[in-house]
Design a protein around this ligand. Sequence first.
Ligand code: ATP
Length: 213
Amino acid sequence: MSDNKIPQATAKRLPLYYRFLNNLYAKGKLRVSSKELSEAVKVDSATIRRDFSYFGALGKKGYGYNVEYLLGFFRKTLDQDEITRIVLIGVGNLGTAFLQYNFTKNNNTKIEMAFDADPNKVGQVIGGVPIYHIDDLEEKISNITVAILTVPVSEAQIITDRLIQAGTSGILNFTPARITVPDEVRVHHIDLAVELQSLVYFLKHYPLDGGTE
Ligand code: ATP
């Protein structure tokens, strides 16, 4: 892959940059300074300059970065021209919220189908996404390689194993379960309770003094 040399921390900021630049482009802006970018995306400008040097974008003093060039780069790197299909497992409170809250709009991902074990949920369409029975998982997801996991913690590993068996290579895990996967499968873990607890802890023990950025 051609983007292998971009550090992971930089790669994680790509979607953030992309979204902001897309807005600028839509407003007809041709260039942007690292300072403007920094204020908008809340990343310090030294980091932005370093990140952008990996993209082959060298800002010119007093000119800034060429918005169209950067967008072209991001589109290619993030495969914006190609929509990645996603599957969601577990249409409970959280899963339903994800289906209803169309966070993949203006994005290169699309939740295409959802699965649940509850017969009352199967057959419904939420936020335009059809819900199938979990028994039909393997038969339906043959070409989908990314999954969002919002099942109860007790089901997380079993469903994970089935997803991987069916060819899933990326899982966004919203359950508190620390799931076990083979080396070639990537899991991003988002535990909302832990994140909240960590925020509260940081507020208490590492108060921001403000004005230093
Ligand atoms: P709700 O109030 O709708 O049950 P919840 O988020 O509190 O929502 P959970 O117990 O966390 O409920 O379950 C989340 C969803 O996962 C539910 O819709 C449940 O039916 C579904 N679910 C449970 N077991 C499985 C399974 N093995 N495969 C797929 N979905 C499952």
